[in-house]
Design a protein around this ligand. Structure first.
Ligand code: SAH
Length: 459
């Protein structure tokens, strides 16, 4: 039954928040009608203003807190919080971990009907700030100077941001310094509406284990004015820079990077390690933004794979081969599948860089390539999947059920699709042995999960 709203737009009401939605908004109920309010925490009493009412639910804004949650923490008012996706920044880290773990349990039970499955306590970070190794920020102009930061929601207005609390200090510093240098050299910001001007974005990437920094300057124009002076200044003011890259994106588009890339100074890549595996990262490469927790997550995946050195392993959705290269150290052979050709090129290069010769990579859709392999009689003993948010394609799940690898390790960035897929695998003969949530993105609502599945004994 659809409820008509018991409140109206612009009403001020007093409420108590009962829960958090999966995207971190507080939930208050008026006669059973839910209203979502960003910033509200369970247990808190507050005055809110109703912003919008739909048939089954509404939205509000927090006006005044009467009673605070013991989990609320005071953080410096930050642009990242308002605009940069760190929706849980006002919740203590312990509270965030509880929220994520609870979400995994609830979804597995509700969608996956896995009531009794063993869910381990979530693995969090000791220092849940400044963990990101990459930022790419849009550039604008204000009072004759360059600014760089976040877009205001649903607008193209840029908020100048000096520090993001989740970026590594080396990344924050690089963005500031490059912004200043370009400003001093009189570089114009790109004007999106008119599709005029020069500098679109500044990107910085940092190899935490090597201390190597890459700076990428993205322009609309093929030329970067004052190029030599800019490079000279960057090298002086950012001494750990190893690579300065100019990328040209002349299109009217929201996509940040264009196709033309030119190294202005130094190497074309920087290096970083996840565990013992070394990665070469170019301006265009995909690379995990939190390598510390990636090591924790993929370490678990490796443990669940239970390799003895005799196994043939398929790594579906392998990206640049991070998991494949982890597994190759303990398996007989690893076959990675990924749909983006450039990622497969990186995967092959990274295998070579590490002297790993038992990993083979193929370009294609997992749900097409793996059934093809199965038809040809190629079977794996262990299958690892790490799909995007929408989860695994049904054709792939059916092939797994037919192929019957003794172990399936499911790495997921979306508990809801994980739960849906686990149900299909359970019905097809697999048992969910245990589930390990890992906090890859503190201060945000994202949660990663790695799951250990075993083929049930033949009966
Ligand atoms: N394990 C990877 C990251 C996986 S992210 C790593 O460690 O780097 C999910 C990946 O799945 C992305 O690289 C995406 O390009 C790829 N992908 C999306 N749909 C796919 C499909 N149908 N078949 C194969 N790969 C796909």
């Amino acid at each position: 039954m659809k409820k008509t709203a018991p409140v109206a737009k612009n009403d001020y009401i007093d409420v108590t928040f009962e829960d958090l939605t999966h995207d971190g908004a507080g939930v208050a109920k008026v006669d059973g009608y839910p209203i979502f309010i960003p910033d509200g925490l369970p247990g808190e009493k507050a005055k809110i203003k109703v912003i919008k009412t739909n048939k089954g639910y509404g939205f509000g804004r927090l006006i005044k807190l009467y009673e605070k949650s013991e989990h609320r923490i005071e953080v410096p008012a930050s642009e990242t919080h308002k605009y940069g996706g760190t929706q849980l920044q006002h919740l203590s880290y312990e509270g965030q971990l509880q929220f994520k773990e609870k979400q995994v349990r609830e979804v597995l039970s509700r969608i996956g009907k896995l009531e009794d499955v063993k869910v381990h306590p979530i693995l969090g970070m000791e220092e849940p700030w400044h963990y990101r190794n990459k930022a790419q920020v849009p550039v604008g102009e204000k009072d004759g100077k360059l600014i760089a930061g976040f877009f205001k929601p649903r607008s193209h207005e840029i908020v100048d941001t000096n520090e993001s609390l989740i970026q590594h200090p080396a990344v924050n510093e690089a963005i500031q310094v490059v912004k200043e240098i370009c400003s001093e050299q009189g570089i114009q910001a790109y004007d999106e509406a008119a599709h005029k001007g020069t500098l679109r974005h500044i990107m910085a990437r940092y190899g935490k284990t090597t201390g190597e920094l890459m700076v990428v300057v993205i322009t609309r124009t093929a030329d970067l004015p004052q190029k030599n002076k800019i490079v000279e200044e960057i090298v002086v003011r950012l001494p750990h820079v190893k690579s300065i890259v100019h990328n040209v994106n002349s299109k009217r588009t929201n996509v940040i990077l264009g196709e033309k890339t030119k190294v202005l100074w130094g190497n074309d890549v920087i290096y970083d390690y996840i565990g013992d595996v070394k990665f070469a990262i170019s301006a265009l490469s995909f690379y995990q933004v939190n390598p510390d927790q990636t090591r924790v997550l993929y370490g678990k995946a490796l443990e669940y794979a239970g390799l003895t050195g005799e196994e043939s392993v398929i790594d579906a959705y392998c990206g640049i081969g991070t998991i494949s290269l982890f597994l190759a150290q303990k398996a007989k052979k690893v076959f990675g599948v990924e749909v983006i050709p450039e990622a497969i090129e990186d995967a092959r290069r990274n295998a070579e860089l590490n002297g790993i010769d038992n990993a083979e990579f193929s370009v294609g859709e997992a749900e097409v390539v793996i059934p093809e392999w199965y038809k040809q009689g190629n079977k794996a003993n262990v299958l690892v999947v790490d799909p995007p948010r929408k989860g695994c394609d049904e054709a792939l799940l059916q092939t797994i059920i037919d192929m019957k690898p003794k172990k399936v390790v499911y790495v997921s960035c979306n508990p809801a699709t994980l739960a849906r897929d686990l149900r299909i695998l359970e019905d097809g003969g697999y048992k969910t042995v245990e589930v390990q949530p890992v906090d890859m993105f503190p201060q945000t609502t994202h949660v990663e999960v790695v799951t250990d599945l075993e083929l049930k004994m033949f009966n």
